[in-house]
Design a protein around this ligand. Sequence first.
Ligand code: AMP
Ligand code: ZN
Length: 472
Amino acid sequence: MGLRLFNTMGRSVQDFIPINEGKVGFYGCGPTVYNYAHIGNLKTYIFEDFLKRTLTYLGYKVKHVMNITDVGHLTDDADDGEDKMAKSAREKGQSVYEIADFYTKAFFNDIDRLNIIRPTISCKATEHIADMIALVKTLEERGYTYEAGGNIYFSIDKFPDYGKLALLDRQNLQAGARIEVDGNKRNPYDFVLWFTKSKFENHAMIWDSPWGKGYPGWHLECSAMSMKYLGRHFDIHCGGIDHINIHHTNEIAQSEAATGEKWVNYWLHGEFLVMNKAKMAKSAGNFLTLDTLVEKGYDPLDYRYFCLGGHYRSQLNFSFESMDSAKKARTNLKSKVQELMSKTKCADRNSLSDAAKQYIASFTADISDDLNSPRALAEVWTLLKDNGISDSEKLYLLLDFDKVLGLRLDVPEKPAETVAEDIPAEVLELVESRKAARKNKDFAEADRCRDRIKELGYDIKDTPQGTICKKL
Ligand code: AMP
Ligand code: ZN
């Protein structure tokens, strides 16, 4: 069985057939760098990494492009709200460029720690303004735009396919439209391609354009940059499910209107990470970062394991109990691989037994079945318990499967707890109390211990290697 993927366009599992044999062009919407990515965002990047690793495992050469939204965009997808970057810059007393630079680095640090393979090309929106302007010009020449109130809009009434990804009901679009705030729009679903009239005075990021100084609408960058690096027609486009209705719908409209051709063959969307039944979101304030998990004593790869334990198209419910189980399972798995590494040599692929080959076939079938990561993980545990497979074959298979799982099973786990020397007894006691409090999930007490440690002139840092205590 070849690779089969659930295509949001068509809402069905379909055979994956690449445009060019053996190669895949793949675009994933990247982060808006005005804050840390939350672990919900990171779930989506882990799913995309699993897809990329699966494609590579199956022998495809993958070109992966991801944008970095550093131009800032509005807090609401529908051209409304405040500019997120400007808001963050104002709150932190820094320039928008400093904010973007800081959070771009933080993002790459997060994905590196999660063993997410970096994109082949990651491209900043601010460095592609000319490409975006060129795209708007093409749309203008082809009659898809209008100017109103100083802004350039995309007219969805000119594009009969509008809404095909979101399955929008074209007949009733006007009647069922969301509450409209921008009276310049001819159709409430029209969207801004280029803003010259900012609602915010002194908008920091503006560029010259044929329509006056301004800045791009936020859907524009993904169309312009994906087509620049992957061509007018490419294989796969990914993101979270929140992007189906507006962002990806508008990306399709402006790309296909500009080229007159089909743009993307397969649309894959990851379901949400939820916490206490609500979607994890920065705007709702209910979000955790990877650093928070590390501070609480988890390895970033515990979170990766936790995410792989659910299918990317299922909602994943975050809880510290589930994280504890993931941590236990991951460290257990790693220690088993380490044990095998210490006592046996890895088998050779060419001399595997039929039983071992059967494991490769099942693992390949799991990941080819719309990226079934939970089944792939289960396969690994079945293999470990299988007495019919030699240790050296097990080791070969586990390291081979880890190319897709990305759990760094071959890297030894670091020692558990390290405390620097010459720490007063009172501080050491507090370190221990904090450890106990965290074990009991009494995070308030753990924080109190940390505050007291600080008052005594020491600081503690929780790292994947353990807790480190240092003089301030
Ligand atoms: P943003 O930086 O807001 O554009 O989000 C980056 C990626 O994370 C996008 O693909 C979103 O669809 C995705 N995303 C946002 N919130 C969540 C969530 N709670 N769970 C999973 N993915 C999410
Ligand atoms: Zn996008």
